[in-house]
Design a protein around this ligand. Structure first.
Ligand code: PLP
Length: 411
């Protein structure tokens, strides 16, 4: 896959000083010394805060913004997010533990995901968080757990809508899916809730991920709110929480541009005005992972060998797909494309060499960049991969080939 745009240019969210990439105000070689090793991930807390502030300015004031922890569950990051967002969305009891360690009240934590185990549901009921119910069986299990514990579970119904989030990197709604309860079955499930001792909170409609098209997101948000309004008469009690998902994407590859959140926010404001009349008790929530943290993170690895094979240059690094599966193109991408990368201690040098950046694993899949134009690099230089704050470390097969682990730092 050929990329035409210059790739050595630092991502504009990071600065440079003395030829070095700067993160958290510190030149990269000093960050390396501070961490004490490569490879590592570094996340810039100021950039994360700025992103949330900008997003709030673009979105309607009453909209609640939740952080979907699976994008980056590093406890320090989650603590930071807890201070600047309105709630946390977890996908397991393990994530719930980290979420409950923050100051966010249990009432603003929700759990989603198919296949929640009975023990996990029990923990969630005991914690008092909102459980997004994904099947009729799960509903019965929750009623049993509630009775057993003498604690009424807070539940929302996750709906698999009839519509889908168009142009989404990963669709998670519409058609047959393992997520949520099909829209057509929801009235029956709501009737069943009336017979059970459960605390009905509302609905969760998450239809997809990594979307850069404002129109697609606007369309999905509009349909999600309309669907909730349409279901109100079947609800056992007024809707308190309406989680309309997220899917806001970030640009990774040449030609991709930032999502126009201004337009999304303007349209959502109109829809929320309508919702205020028809479902006045409902607090409207979006849940975002990647959009909030993805652009604030880098992956840093050091070049340990440089070789030429039949005319092509290979920079062999101490890190690779075992820490950063997504950058190798093996995490949901259809066609492998290069994540933006740079030689972090040669930021101001001209690109004079076409290079392949590879990791230490014995598999050709361990390629971080394919034929990228970069300044001439040598052993000891640092390679950074940008757009690495989400679905990086914990989305990678770290046990593969028993390599040393990567560190993480919030700076
Ligand atoms: C993964 C996931 C998210 C986060 O998606 P992003 O694309 O990272 O914003 C939000 N909600 C649910 C239910 C998810 O499964």
């Amino acid at each position: 896959m050929k990329n035409s745009a210059p790739q050595h240019v630092p991502m504009s969210q990071f600065g440079t000083r003395n030829n070095n990439l700067v993160i958290g105000g510190i030149e990269l070689p000093q960050v390396v010394e501070r961490v004490g090793q490569t490879p590592f991930y570094a996340y810039d807390r100021k950039l994360i805060t700025q992103r949330v502030t900008d997003l709030r300015n673009a979105m309607p004031e009453e909209l609640k913004i939740h952080y979907a922890m699976k994008a980056n569950p590093m406890p320090a990051v989650v603590q930071h997010m807890a201070a600047i967002t309105d709630g946390l969305d977890v996908a397991s009891a393990g994530e719930m533990k980290v979420a409950l360690d923050t100051p966010i009240p249990a009432g603003n934590i929700s759990m989603a995901g198919p296949g929640k185990r009975p023990g996990e549901l029990r923990q969630a009921v005991a914690a008092g968080i909102t459980i997004n119910v994904e099947s009729a069986n799960e509903l019965e299990e929750l009623a049993n757990q509630s009775e057993h514990l003498g604690i009424t579970a807070n539940i929302a119904i996750r709906i698999n809508p009839a519509f889908e989030l168009k142009s989404s990197g990963m669709k998670m709604g519409g058609g047959p899916k393992q997520f949520g309860i099909d829209e057509e079955q929801v009235p029956n499930v709501l009737n069943r809730i009336k017979e059970l001792n459960l605390n009905f909170k509302g609905f969760h409609i998450f239809s997809g991920s990594q979307n850069l098209k404002a129109d697609s997101i606007i369309d999905a948000q509009e349909k999600s709110i309309a669907l909730a309004i349409q279901l109100t008469d079947d609800c056992p009690s007024p809707i308190q929480k309406l989680n309309i998902g997220g899917g806001y994407g970030i640009p990774y590859f040449p030609g991709e541009t930032h999502l126009d959140v201004g337009r999304v926010g303007d349209t959502l404001a109109i829809r929320m005005q309508e919702a205020k009349e028809k479902i006045p008790t409902a607090e409207i929530i979006i849940e975002l992972g990647r959009y909030l943290v993805g652009e604030a993170g880098i992956y840093v690895t050091q070049i340990i060998d440089k070789k030429t094979s039949r005319g092509q240059v290979f920079l062999v690094c101490d890190g690779g797909l075992h820490h950063h599966l997504a950058a190798s193109g093996n995490f949901g991408q259809v066609i492998r494309k290069n994540y933006p990368a740079a030689i972090a201690n040669k930021m101001d040098l001209k690109t004079t060499e076409k290079t392949n950046i590879v990791g230490p694993l014995c598999t050709p899949l361990d390629t971080l960049s394919d034929k990228m134009d970069l300044p001439e690099a040598e052993v000891g230089d640092f390679v950074v991969i940008f757009q690495s704050g989400a679905y990086g470390f914990t989305a990678s097969p770290i046990a593969f080939l028993t390599q040393p682990n990567a560190q993480e730092i919030l700076i």
